[in-house]
Design a protein around this ligand. Sequence first.
Ligand code: GAR
Length: 215
Amino acid sequence: MARLRVGVLISGRGSNLQALIDAAADPRYPAEIVHVISNNAAAAGLARAERAGIAHSALPHPSRAAFAAAADAALRQSGAELVALAGFMRILDDSFVAAWRDRLINIHPSLLPAFPGLHAQRQALGAGVKIAGCTVHFVRSAVDSGPIIAQAAVPVLVDDDVESLARRILAAEHRLYPMAVRLYAEGRLRISDDRVAILGAPAAAGVLFNPSPAC
Ligand code: GAR
């Protein structure tokens, strides 16, 4: 069966892009990455696309509207059916968000709607939460907002700093994003009233306590 064609927008390191590339290396995975676009020509993620033999472009960002028009044209050219933001750190023009509505997803390193915006992990530490995590969601025009597809939770440990917490969340991101893209590609997501139902998903089990209930 034809695999879903996915375009990925990045700004930097591209470790979530790599997780998607690795997932798609399995021919049974129902999606393939057809184009990687960065607003930053120095993004390490572009080299990951190059190594994987995936078409990639660095597009200048003279303005939101100009970037959006160029990215839209490149994505259509490559036949993208879904656009995944993976550490894309610019606000997308409303025209782009509207054109790709319900075909545009993002990953964010917090349990949204808590801690949108920059430095989500630092915000979580500052708030003293005991459980943090990451979210994959459909994109709407407000920053880091939109119907939530999937979330993963991790504990915040007493000696965490921003780096150690970000590492723990990132490891969860690398599992969550390929899962969410797979669910989309399998046609199992239904949005209604800004909530996402997932067809045929077994209920998650278990409770994450922090501190451990053995305390
Ligand atoms: C990831 O933690 C991602 O969730 C975050 O940027 C990082 C990119 O890392 N995105 C946001 O904060 C979006 N608001 P990566 O380039 O290694 O995938």
